[in-house]
Design a protein around this ligand. Structure first.
Ligand code: ADP
Ligand code: MG
Length: 263
């Protein structure tokens, strides 16, 4: 069964999409079967992987709202082991339509249920809000990874996010875990940024990944070519950072599997 991970932060521009794409790509490179689910109506994860959503007939909306089987919308994007459920603008309407339908928090969980047995990892790129789409992502997940921009107000807003995770755990998905915070957009020449790293490590109430994602022009350029950093510039510092995040994630995963077997 797949481990399902939501990449969540209600702030925009903190590196959720960049992280989801590149973690997915390096997991696929490690031989894991990966499904990336684009849960953001802006469709940045889809376009960042070179998929032009306007030309597609179906996207995540059709699975979440119209109940179409996931197999019918999963795209082969030409990278071994990596598959995509794209998002498009109509998903923004879904957030409103869902308010009136039964089990509205479980629509994504239900849409992905059959896919779980076909993948090792399902990664969900969330929109920049804590609305119903994001809640659907949390309910469908085993764990949450929180990209945190390495800036002065890094921790601000995190308590609201952690509160939402806690509510989901209490009422909707008791097994939801925090897999960790991941520091992004780190500028090592900036003394303040180094202080922020220390502060997040000290005060974030959960694990923080050892790997830190540097600010890198190559990471910012890759999506406009529709490529992951591995396919765009595999030897850049951003590429090395995401490779190391995935190594860490796989070590975590081994520990979780071992604990699972004991309990
Ligand atoms: P989010 O999904 O949280 O809104 P994105 O991943 O889309 O964030 O990143 C926001 C912007 O910053 C994008 O233009 C992206 O290309 C750029 N970006 C993300 N991570 C980095 C990084 N480590 N270095 C440089 N630019 C980055
Ligand atoms: Mg995004």
């Amino acid at each position: 069964m797949a481990t399902v991970i939501a990449f969540v932060n209600q702030k925009g521009g903190v590196g959720k999409t960049t992280t989801t794409i590149n973690v997915a790509r390096y997991l696929a490179e490690e031989g894991k079967r990966v499904l990336l689910v684009d849960l953001d109506p802006q469709g940045n994860a889809s376009s960042g992987l070179g998929v032009h959503v306007r030309n597609l007939e179906k996207n995540l909306y059709h699975a979440m709202i119209l109940g179409l089987p996931a197999e019918e919308i999963i795209l082969d994007i030409g990278i071994p082991n990596l598959y995509l459920i794209p998002a498009a603008q109509d998903l923004a309407g879904a957030e409103i339509e869902m308010v009136h339908i039964a089990e509205r928090e479980f629509r994504l969980y239900q849409a992905l249920r059959d896919a779980r047995s076909q993948f090792d990892f399902i990664l969900i790129d969330s929109p920049p809000s804590l609305g119903l789409l994001t809640v659907n992502g949390l309910v469908a997940s085993d764990g949450v990874i929180i990209p945190v921009q390495t800036e002065y107000y890094a921790l601000e807003g995190l308590s609201q996010l952690l509160g939402t995770v806690e509510l989901v755990r209490e009422h909707l998905q008791p097994k939801l875990q925090i897999f960790g915070a991941l520091l992004t957009l780190f500028d090592r020449r900036n003394r303040l940024a180094r202080q922020v790293v220390d502060e997040v490590r000290r005060h974030f109430p959960g694990p923080v990944f050892e790997s830190v994602i540097p600010r890198s022009v190559r990471l910012a350029e890759a999506p406009s070519f529709g490529k992951s950093i591995l396919d765009f510039d595999a030897f850049s510092k951003g590429a090395r950072a995401y490779r190391s995040v995935v190594k860490e994630l796989l070590r975590q995963e081994e520990q979780r599997q071992a604990q699972h077997q004991i309990s």
